[in-house]
Design a protein around this ligand. Structure first.
Ligand code: FES
Ligand code: FES
Length: 153
């Protein structure tokens, strides 16, 4: 076991972890942050997307122990003072989900995509979001939500 210190959604967490634990499993199984979903567990679907030090990361593809001291943000950490994040709100307003399984990963990726300046038009958004799959194929509404959130900034 290895000692690990992380700042998760603004809160310092100290844990002893098996060095083989992925960041995704640590968040879900040790910290009960189950908003981060595990779809494929091999870097193909984007359902596990979180932010590490402000950048989007596939949490199933990185070991927790590689993130000593890092700031991790999950879907549970983006609302402020009881209000949804503007991208969460845009997803609701544009009906950008069906079953919802991919949605937290889509939203974490969408926030990063807007901050990366890659939300100027639908084609750019599709390219920037290509790592996030949706089995319900809600893509048209997801793109519309991201475009609206980017335009309202
Ligand atoms: S669960 Fe990580 S990319 Fe699919
Ligand atoms: S809303 Fe069902 S997988 Fe995307």
């Amino acid at each position: 076991m290895i000692e690990l210190r992380l700042v998760v959604n603004g809160e310092e967490r100290r844990l002893e972890v098996d060095p083989r634990t992925t960041l995704c499993d640590l968040l879900r199984e040790r910290l009960a942050l189950t908003g981060t979903k595990k779809g494929c567990d091999r870097g193909e679907c984007g359902a596990c997307t979180v932010h590490v030090n402000g950048r989007r990361v596939l949490s199933c593809m990185t070991l927790a122990v590689m993130h000593e001291g890092d700031a991790v943000t999950t879907i549970e950490g983006i609302a402020r003072d009881g209000s949804l994040h503007p991208v969460q709100r845009a997803f609701v307003e544009h009906d950008a989900f069906q079953c919802g399984f991919c949605t937290s990963g889509q939203i974490m990726s969408a926030i990063a995509c807007i901050e990366e300046g890659r939300a100027s038009d639908p084609a750019t958004i599709r390219e920037a979001m290509s790592g996030n799959l949706c089995r319900c194929a809600a893509y048209a509404n997801i793109v519309a939500a991201i475009q609206a959130a980017a335009e309202s900034r």
